[in-house]
Design a protein around this ligand. Structure first.
Ligand code: C5P
Length: 217
């Protein structure tokens, strides 16, 4: 059996389906998975716990302490954490510290899926497959609202929609590492797809792409 190496970058706006999609691919094809958004959220949470004070040294210390287990903390999905994560994501020293974490993670595994905003463009420009997720704002807000409800967060559809639009605008307009579709990325519009349909589409894309690289395994 051939030893295969395959790296997938999954980028897209907030709630576009990239995390769900990336996790499904990783599970089905036994690849390791990293949500880079969770890294920014983790830093934001620690900053909030530190009375909103942070500097370069603080961030480096935080990043050193990150484990995959810690990234499963439900608190990372609070609206306040989400808001702060996109604010600190504009700081070069935050991005640099997290870039090192991501690069180390990628180096460690031969089969890897990383999701985020700048994975295909900055973190893994050499990815074997780049996916770019999109979805209508209405649909994204509906999905996020359901997630908040399941976490018992009281928030209205309008509030969710407003927060999503604001964060997407900030992520797209920022000067360093903005959300961008890499030239060779495959567009995946999840607006009208059920999770099952999205999964089928993604697995198909990945399998074809692996076949292109290695032929029939
Ligand atoms: O994807 P998620 O919504 O969890 O990301 C939270 C925030 O982290 C985003 O709004 C974005 O500002 C930032 N982020 C980033 N680059 C990434 C992943 C996330 O700037 N690769």
């Amino acid at each position: 059996k051939k030893k295969i190496k395959f790296k997938i970058a999954a980028d897209g706006s907030s709630a576009s389906g990239k995390t769900t999609g990336g996790k499904l691919i990783a599970k089905k094809l036994k690849m390791s998975f990293l949500s880079s958004g969770a890294l920014y959220r983790f830093c934001a949470l620690k900053i909030i716990e530190n009375n909103k004070k942070y500097n370069n040294k603080f961030i480096y210390k935080i990043v050193k302490s990150i484990t995959l287990k810690k990234l499963e903390n439900k608190k990372l999905y609070n609206p306040e954490v989400a808001r702060l994560s996109s604010i600190i994501a504009k700081k070069p020293f935050v991005r640099n510290a997290l870039k090192n974490f991501q690069k180390d993670f990628i180096k460690k595994s031969s089969l890897v899926v990383v999701e985020g905003r700048d994975i295909g463009s900055k973190i893994m420009p050499d990815a074997d497959l780049k996916l770019f997720f999109t979805c209508s704002v209405k649909k994204k807000a509906q999905r996020r609202l359901l997630e908040f409800k399941s976490l018992n967060q009281k928030i209205s559809f309008k509030q969710v929609e407003k927060a999503l639009i604001l964060r997407d605008k900030e992520d797209t307009k920022r000067r360093i590492s903005p959300l961008i579709k890499a030239k060779n990325a495959v567009l995946v519009d999840t607006t009208k797809l059920t999770i099952k349909q999205m999964e089928a589409k993604l697995i198909n894309l990945v399998k074809n792409s692996i076949k292109k690289k290695y032929g029939n395994l």
